[in-house]
Design a binder for this molecule. Sequence first.
Ligand SMILES: Cc1ncc(COP(=O)(O)O)c(C=O)c1O
Length: 369
Amino acid sequence: MPQIEGYATWAEVDLGALRANLRQFARRQAAVMAVVKANAYGHGAVPVARAALQAGALWCGVARLDEALELRRAGLACPILILGAVPPSAYAAAIADAISLTVWTSEQVAAAVAAAQQAGRSARLHLKLDSGMHRLGAAPEDVLGLARQIHDTEGAELEGVFSHLACAPDLDPNPSLKQQHIFQQVLGELSAAGLRPTWCHLANTAAALRWPEMDCDLVRIGLGMYGMQPSEVLDLGPGLHPALTWKARIAQVKVVASGEGIGYGHIYAPGRDETIATVSVGYGDGYRRRPGAQVLIDGHTADVVGRVSMDQITLRLPEGAQCRPGDEAVLIGRQGQAEARAETLAAAWGTINYEVTCGISARVPRLYL
Ligand SMILES: Cc1ncc(COP(=O)(O)O)c(C=O)c1O
């Protein structure tokens, strides 16, 4: 890591941890789709996808066409499914690169067939069923007709059928069980008509951890691979560890006198002389402006005080902590015995861990260990 001394803030991604996490899911009956959308939840799509495939994932899942193309351009030859909507005018670009598309209307199927002719190869399609999330997907009663349309049309292949759970990490299992029931009913209809495709998939990380019986042919794993917790009420269990550490360098350490305001707007003024460390990270890096977060310094937990600015934050140095300009502060990760998890930062910011790591901006270099 030659440039690290020059970095103000950076993220270290432990690909060994990521592979170990993925292997836990790859031991199952079902194949694993590594969900690497949104730059692999901020971890870096291409290195994460490569590591996941090495560790036994068969598929990569993304949300957008450009994310799929990024993987192909990097030389990844694995099956890739775009889980989200692609404008039909761009179908041909996906089909030309053997990227599988998600569809849920008859018009989309027709557009995919036309694009397949243009691209000179068959369109690989996954039908999305709306089993209760009511975001994307066909109504249960429409899936069989769509499957038949794909089956009866040259130039398109029904490769998969899938649905997504709305409440998988929540305490109450009933909404998920209801969705699973609807999913299974639709698969039953498809089987009876001889139209069940090879890849039927429903489970995300939370469902894979809670209900192995939901696995089907494929499980779509995001959070679990990154070692992040699905929710406050659903722990990852042993053997899954966070892969990402986010660090920033201390720029200055100074004593600020009692009554003096710190940072923009002087929203914080210490009631006694306090040692303040200024750290080179800010909202330009994805560190939220909302107050209440904590950072690790010298193995101690320090409060962020004053406003978060674009490139800097100010911390109140806790009793016993020593630091100098150039030292590392840990925003997410471990330092000595102390740990700052993406989940803790999310709680301070009133959000979820997904948003914290997805929000680490492009300005923050990612280093791979
Ligand atoms: C359709 C779909 N499947 C699977 C996943 C992976 O979910 P998780 O990160 O909870 O494993 C996502 C993530 O949001 C998704 O949108």
